[in-house]
Design a protein around this ligand. Structure first.
Ligand code: SF4
Length: 230
């Protein structure tokens, strides 16, 4: 259960707008303690937020959804970062195995990606946040048109409180932070992948394109549902 009332969340939303990301994480960790958890896709810039959060709370729960469709590089990166930074990682999977899913649904991402995401991403995340009071997310306003109005903190329809510590940061700011802290990035970043999700739905982006332009390219879909449906 949230320890915050809706008026308190509204006041914190105003307060966090002028706080540095680390300070909003510190306030969140102080309020929620072990009830806070951070989700990550182990994408290109993910180590920035993970590093910030675990410097403040080393045993912060880190949630990763293994959809079954990730690049092998993502899974290797996840394992390497977990070992190196001693992350308190919790991995959640879809309810059916990848092999079973393909046998039953085929390549669902081609003709019904919303359903594919619902089964492989959204449902496992709903399970992952059972018992979590505060979900810390790396969503940033500059990532996509669907994200420009993201607040600093909100209560989601599911009831969970969600905090977005780096919501005001640009891509450059997160990479500058990673460089300053000498943090590793996803190996596919060097090959032109900026927003990295499941392999079949992720492509490189060209110069001047939005960072999420390589996700579900050629389709109107921009969001998987993790940050819109839960
Ligand atoms: S991103 Fe693509 S492969 Fe991954 S769950 Fe969604 S539709 Fe399926």
């Amino acid at each position: 259960m949230s320890v915050l009332t809706d008026p308190q969340i509204a006041a914190m939303n105003v307060e966090f707008e002028s706080l540095a990301p680390a300070d909003s994480i510190r306030a969140t960790a102080h309020l929620f303690g072990d009830g806070a958890a951070l989700s990550t896709s182990f994408g290109a810039d993910s180590m920035g937020l993970i590093h910030m959060a675990t410097r403040i709370k080393p045993d912060m729960r880190v949630i990763f959804i293994d959809t079954g469709w990730h690049f092998p590089e993502t899974l290797e990166f996840m394992q390497a970062m977990t070992a190196r930074f001693k992350l308190n990682l919790q991995v959640f999977h879809p309810q059916i195995s990848h092999e079973h899913f393909v046998k039953q649904h085929g390549y669902l991402y081609q003709n019904d990606p919303d359903r594919c995401c619902a089964i492989n991403k959204v449902e496992p995340m709903e399970r992952a946040i059972q018992g979590v009071d505060c979900w810390i997310s790396g969503v940033r306003r500059s990532q996509a048109s669907t994200r420009v109005a993201t607040p600093n903190i909100e209560r989601r329809p599911s009831g969970i409180v969600k905090v977005y510590p780096i919501v005001r940061w640009s891509t450059k700011q997160i990479y500058d932070y990673m460089q300053a802290q000498d943090l590793p990035h996803h190996p596919l970043w060097d090959k032109g992948y900026i927003s990295i999700g499941c392999a079949p739905c992720t492509q490189r982006i060209g110069a001047g394109e939005d960072e999420r332009a390589g996700r579900w390219r050629g389709q109107s879909k921009i969001e998987c549902g993790l940050h819109t449906k839960i």
